[in-house]
Design a protein around this ligand. Structure first.
Ligand code: A3P
Length: 290
């Protein structure tokens, strides 16, 4: 049974062994030109985006109530835990195309082949305060993540890049900067998806070169709404042994601004100060509320 890991620096990034044990295969992974990569810093709405993409490409062939688990439909490239097949093996066993591939890797660690094959990539970014709150609760309930410790200490670890997958600041800015030179990255904000999911799905379709009928688009919207996904994923998530939903649900709130229920006024002020310093040279802007 998986144990809570210690963290270490891997290529300069805080990692746990669950995401580096299969590194040779990850690094040398052979991408196909039509692979679609969904990249995020953890808790940015990865599952939501994966489900939207799976529904857009394969919704019509998936029968309601008989979906295979999302981690099989959209494998997690770098994951390597006893309870699941290795991410790379799962991707290689996919028979549908395009292959949809999830990763939390910072942009500089993405295997070379994805760039060489000119693959499309979708990056979802979420404001740091909600990302942090979501990650904190996720680490409480997920036994393959380090113990998050106390909230105050957690804010510090977030700001110093000590959480698994490293610094949120470096991650979101790294992908943002790359999107300026590599046009096949579509950069999406969680807050925009919450504000107007239909608009964001239309933008996504333009990027992917898809033109679903209006009825199909409406169906994708319906199936990927928070309440619908929470209901449809309940069974799948309850079978994932590394999760303990009695501590915190995986599909928790799906909201923008829940950070206000966690940060004290003093923590918020200190965080804003730190955020301003770290983002001062960036043209990347986040909305902490909508
Ligand atoms: P909260 O913990 O704030 O509720 P990831 O998939 O990257 O792990 O992100 C998980 C976060 O996305 C969780 O946030 C989860 O509730 C939220 N989420 C998942 N599906 C969603 C949906 N359909 N609509 C809105 N939020 C969603």
């Amino acid at each position: 049974m998986a144990q809570r890991p210690r963290t270490f620096k891997f290529e300069g990034i805080t990692m746990s062994h669950y995401f580096t044990d299969n590194w040779e295969k990850v690094k040398n992974f052979k991408a196909k030109p039509d692979d679609v990569v969904i990249a995020t810093y953890p808790k940015a709405g990865t599952t939501w985006m994966c489900e939207i993409l799976d529904q857009l490409y394969f919704g019509e062939m998936r029968k309601e109530g008989s979906l295979s688990p999302l981690y099989e439909r959209v494998p997690f490239l770098e994951v390597c835990i006893e309870e699941l097949s290795k991410g790379t093996d799962q991707i290689e066993s996919l028979t549908t195309s395009p292959r949809l591939i999830k990763t939390h890797l910072p942009v500089q660690l993405v295997p070379q082949s994805f760039w060489e094959q000119n693959c499309r990539m979708i990056y979802v970014a979420r404001n740091p305060k909600d990302s942090m709150v979501s990650y904190y609760h996720f680490e409480r309930m997920n036994k393959i993540q380090p113990d998050p410790g106390a909230w105050e200490e957690y804010i510090h670890k977030f700001n110093t890049g000590e959480l698994v997958f490293g610094s949120w600041y470096d991650h979101v800015q790294g992908w943002w900067d790359k999107s300026k030179s590599y046009s096949r990255i579509h950069y999406v904000f969680f807050e925009d998806m919450k504000e107007d999911a239909a608009r964001e799905i239309s933008r996504l379709c333009s990027f992917l070169g898809l033109s679903p009928a209006e009825t199909q688009k409406q169906e994708v919207l319906r199936k990927t709404g928070f309440d619908e996904m929470k209901k449809n994923f309940a069974d799948e998530i309850s079978k994932i042994k590394i999760f303990d939903e009695s501590i915190s649900p995986f599909m928790r709130k799906g909201a923008v601004g829940d950070w206000k229920n966690h940060f004290t006024a003093a923590q918020n002020e200190a965080f804003d100060e730190e955020y301003r310093k770290k983002m001062k040279n960036s043209d990347l802007k986040f909305r902490m509320e909508i």
